[in-house]
Design a protein around this ligand. Sequence first.
Ligand code: HEM
Length: 508
Amino acid sequence: WRRRGQRKKRCPPGPRRWPLIGNLFDLPTTHSHEEFAKMSKELGSDIVYLDAAGVPFIILNSLEACNDLLEKRASVYSSRFTPTMVYDLIEGRRLVALMPYGNEWREGRRMMIKHMSATQNQEPIKSSITDFVKKSLLPNLLATPEDFLIHIRNGVGGSMISLAYGLPIKRTHDPWIDIAEQAMHALTSAAVPGKYAVDVIPWLRYLPEWVPGTGFQREAREWKGAFLRMFSEPFAAVKKGMVDGSIRPSFLSRSLEEVSESKDRERLERVIENIGGTFIGGGTDTGVTAVTNLIVALLLFPSVQKRAQKELDAVIGRSRLPSLEDKPNLPYLNALVKELFRWKPIVPLGLPHMTTEEDEYRGYHVPKGAVVIGNSWAILHDEKVFPDPEKFDPERFLEVVSPDGHLIECNKNLPDPEEVCTFGFGRRTCPGKDIALANVWLSAACILACFNISSHLDANGDEIAPEVEYLGKEAILHPEPFECRIAPRDDSAKALIRAEFDESKEYI
Ligand code: HEM
């Protein structure tokens, strides 16, 4: 009946719908970003409409449509789709990022931003990021380069947990990072749009586990346990640490102090606990993926690596490590980081938004409760804007401006992936953007200043052609584990790394 009512209105173009199930089986389960972009081309429309058994999905494949709807009409397009699997069954509703538009979300987001905004003192944030790059990531890469994937997780994840909770983090094999990793695996596996039938037919959640086709119940049970540990355990450790003085000031400790006298203390403490988990949830896997993608790019595009190292050597020299203050003087590196976000968008479909009212756009009807997805991948891989989009080419972001012909300034005609798409749209844009950009930039600068990344060698000492696979099954587009060689550039690089940290200290 509801669909009949909708049919009278003209929805955006989409694949042919079947009775009852609509386009349920047209929703891709892997590389959805590429599949949606393909659909958009085939239909000749940047807006694609799918009806998943009554749930309208609208995929925006152009920057213009994303700006028009997610930015300019943000008051209508800023809620969240609350798919049963992730939101209810594993309790993802505790993350600010998944809360529907409303007071609970506003309160949580405001609290987060208060502690991260540019008007606050940025020194603790900068120094935590710097500590984890220089005292964890670099020395670990020097000691056991073959474990680079673990070291990236420890460095990026460690800095997020330290910023949020002030807990001491072990330089290697930290147990808090394991908890975060398991929770994020649970979350991202459960959050892929279109993967679970229960997300479009919510009553399936009431079917018992022995009914064929309800494998999601068992998965949800296991994942929920792993997911909730990310909230409860570090929160309890902070409360204990505040009593015995064993932790550093942090977002959580400052917030808990602020509410300690409030009549509403108990409720506010739950809000703060949720924000702690949101810090880890939002900042860990995304940042880890960005730095891992950097290694992939340097491995696959060695000329880019050489060029960036040449710039670093010329501007900073070889007698110190780069710092965040060097950023304005390193245009090629800045372009490289932009290209990193463009080449492999970390969250290629962003986090789906949802409409809270019906709307009309370009003569098309947009229903209330429509899931609206900005396809960042399609925008950042549009060959009309970024020719040869699979090529990793930082120069596309630079313009020739210096008299000696050097490419030194940002190409203002291109959309800047640090400003658009990568961190989402409108009122729901990522509040951790500045932390993320600082972390990725400094990791890139320091890795390039100290190491050469090259292909793995076989038993005969010959280089093995690098192969890196992206399965595209989860909301975050990350590479599968791969091998490469990470070697210090020379003895001076080794000395610089060793000078920055005290080997006897196990914790940061
Ligand atoms: C490279 C790293 C990161 C990337 C690529 C990234 C990307 C994103 C994207 C695409 C969204 C969805 C925006 C939308 O709905 O339109 C988002 C939201 C969010 N991110 Fe990030 N993020 C990163 C780092 C961080 C960090 C470091 C934090 C925390 C300190 C964080 C916390 C959040 C939160 C809380 C939201 C939800 C905002 C809301 O719903 O109001 N993110 N992020």
